[in-house]
Design a protein around this ligand. Structure first.
Ligand code: HMH
Length: 241
């Protein structure tokens, strides 16, 4: 099905960067089954490598207030019939599940999450989220970031579950978290909201055309920054950072 929204234009225009984030060597090694399982287990269990199980937990904790700030913006827009709030609220629900899952994984493996310190890529990514929470950031820009952040995980892990993938059974549950169809549907909903907002801004239906153009280019730059942060995050996860 041809897509044709603004986000689709970006994905095509910045294809190599997009592929770099959604087909990272770490993801490809899971998919083709060559991921070093003993390294993966070490990564989960023992101290120096256990850091990583906590990095995504730290990220997700910072992601929650960001999503909450997007929810507030959706509410203030006052467009009840758009259904934006329901989509964003369901996102907060899945983050609630994610946090519970991280805690459960950590306790199963004897990792104390309160002792995990954020590494550089995590710190930078969390700081970026804080910048996006500032009141002067447009709903459209925040929504584009929100979509991109979720879409990278969804596309990456769905790739590990596609037919012909040799993802080791021990990693399938983790891949299912973000690669399942429900999460895919949720990402499409986020994408639709972002595209609708971008279209409104691009068509100048918002007063002050100059400001609107500014919003579209800011959103594109923000999309690219998300991809870069995601690549840094993957690099950290497979120890190539
Ligand atoms: C780094 N990006 C990162 N972590 C996540 N959990 C997601 C995206 C998706 O929720």
């Amino acid at each position: 099905v041809p897509y044709g929204g603004m986000t689709d234009t970006w994905v095509k225009k910045h294809r190599p960067i997009y592929i770099g984030a959604t087909r990272h060597p770490f993801i490809l090694s899971i998919r083709d089954g060559t991921v070093d399982l003993s390294a993966f287990k070490r990564w989960l269990v023992s101290k120096p490598h256990a850091i990583n199980v906590g990095q995504d937990y730290i990220f997700v904790r910072a992601f929650v207030p960001f999503v909450a700030s997007v929810l507030i913006r959706a509410y203030k827009k006052g467009d009840e019939s758009s259904g934006d709030m329901e989509v964003i609220l369901s996102g907060l629900g899945s983050l609630n599940d994610e946090i519970a899952w991280f805690k459960q994984e950590a306790s199963k493996r004897g990792v104390d999450l309160s002792q995990v310190a954020p590494e550089k890529p995590t710190q930078h990514y969390c700081r970026f989220l804080e910048e996006l929470m500032r009141p002067e950031v447009d709903y459209t820009v925040a929504m584009a970031a929100f979509w991109a952040i979720e879409a990278v995980y969804q596309e990456s892990f769905a790739h590990c579950l596609e037919e012909g993938s040799k993802t080791p059974p021990e990693l399938q549950e983790a891949c299912q978290r973000w690669g399942n169809d429900g999460f895919g549907h949720y990402c499409s909903s986020l994408r639709n909201i972002a595209d609708r907002q971008l279209e409104k801004a691009a068509s100048g239906s918002v007063p002050l055309v100059k400001v609107s153009e500014d919003v579209v280019s800011k959103a594109e730059v923000t999309f690219l920054r998300v991809l870069e942060y995601e690549v840094d995050f993957w690099n950290m996860s497979c120890g190539t950072a």
